[in-house]
Design a protein around this ligand. Structure first.
Ligand SMILES: *Cc1c(COP(=O)(O)O)cnc(C)c1O
Length: 354
């Protein structure tokens, strides 16, 4: 991939960057952004710019037809002189599949890495170095052509923005069982990381928060019987001491954290199952004590314990244990991500700084 242009505003933007003590998750923007444009059938020379507003036609198809896919991954620099990326290759492959599902332009692997590399290199000196903290990277691709004709854009933009973030240490979640609405159906776009999936999930997510819970649990679209995932995290069930997670069925987002936990938990001695999991089985298991623990996983929180499942009428199914297996997995995975533990899977990748 050819070099990209660096705007003269980038150096002062980095020099003047003073993050507050509390970073939150996505509250603070890194002061730079990577921007590449697709037009006339080709990617144009990309630019690294100070972070700021972008110009867009009000008729842009991304705004009207949801032509937008994204990724989320973290770069770490805890106790290291150079940043390292965690499983960026898996995110790159998923980004390509998401774009293909929405028939958007393809971002070549070299451009994807160029974007990540440009942002991480520029931010290397301002990256958090305390354990649990990282630079969250958000690559995204969207259609910019104006017009309502039912076809894809012929112009696109690929951008990478970033956020210094802290460990997303929430209390164990109360999860509302969503029995009426549907996030994604097999054959739809549930397995693509598309912004439109979040649009479908937002009302139930809001309702969950309004009633004092954290998030909604989605069931399959056909029968409303089988677990899918939470609005932005995959789910695991600890049943008789073994790990179970819903099998990828075409509607569930294939999480990189989910995949990492499947591999890691085997090496920690757990038996793991990917299968269809009925909600009734989980609720009965919580009642009998055979289901001891539930947890969610995703890049943001890594592994997040669940305290209870709650019906819309307020009936609660409380877990016997919280954050026992979850904590063990979270700490093991974070140790690999921060390069405090050996990485037998080759998941971390150090970034050359020039
Ligand atoms: C991104 C995402 C996840 C988690 O995926 P990771 O690759 O582990 O971060 C789970 N569900 C949905 C709907 C997502 O968008």
């Amino acid at each position: 991939m050819d070099a990209y242009d660096i705007d003269p505003g980038v150096a002062p933007a980095i020099a003047n960057f003073r993050p507050p003590e509390r970073l939150g998750f996505g509250d603070i923007n890194a002061p730079v952004m990577f921007d590449a444009e697709w037009r006339e059938g080709a990617w144009q020379r990309a630019r690294l710019l100070p972070y700021g507003p972008i110009a867009l036609w009000p008729g842009a198809r991304a705004l009207h037809y949801g032509e937008l896919v994204f990724e989320g991954l973290k770069a770490y620099r805890v106790g290291q002189s150079r940043p390292n990326l965690f499983r960026a290759d898996a995110n790159c492959r998923r980004f390509t599949r998401s774009a293909a599902r929405l028939s958007l332009a393809t971002v070549p692997e070299a451009l994807f890495y160029q974007g990540l590399g440009a942002v991480v290199r520029a931010c290397s000196d301002i990256m958090p170095t305390r354990t649990g903290r990282s630079l969250y990277l958000r690559p995204f691709l969207f259609g910019t052509e104006s017009g309502y004709m039912l076809r894809n854009s012929r112009t696109f933009r690929f951008m990478v923005i970033a956020n210094p973030v802290e460990a997303y240490a929430s209390a164990a979640m109360q999860v509302t069982i969503e029995r009426a609405e549907v996030r994604a159906a097999v054959g739809g776009i549930g397995e693509a990381k598309a912004s439109a999936n979040y649009a479908a999930a937002m009302r139930a997510s809001n309702a969950a928060v309004l009633s004092g819970r954290s998030v909604a649990l989605w069931l399959d679209a056909n029968e409303h019987r089988y677990l899918q995932e939470l609005s932005g995290m995959n789910i695991f069930v600890v049943l008789d001491g073994e790990l179970h997670t819903p099998q990828l069925d075409g509607a569930i987002l294939p999480g990189v954290t989910r995949d990492s936990l499947l591999t890691l938990s085997k090496t920690l001695g757990y038996t793991v199952h990917e299968r269809r999991i009925a909600l009734d089985e989980v609720l009965a298991g919580i009642g009998s004590g055979r289901v001891s623990e539930l947890f969610a996983c995703g890049t943001a929180a890594i592994v997040s314990p669940i305290a209870a499942l709650v019906e819309s009428d307020g009936r609660e199914y409380r877990l016997r244990e919280t954050d026992i297996v979850a904590k063990r997995l979270r700490e093991s995975l974070l140790a690999i991500q921060e390069r405090r533990a050996p990485d037998p899977f080759g998941w971390t990748q150090e970034l050359a700084l020039n």
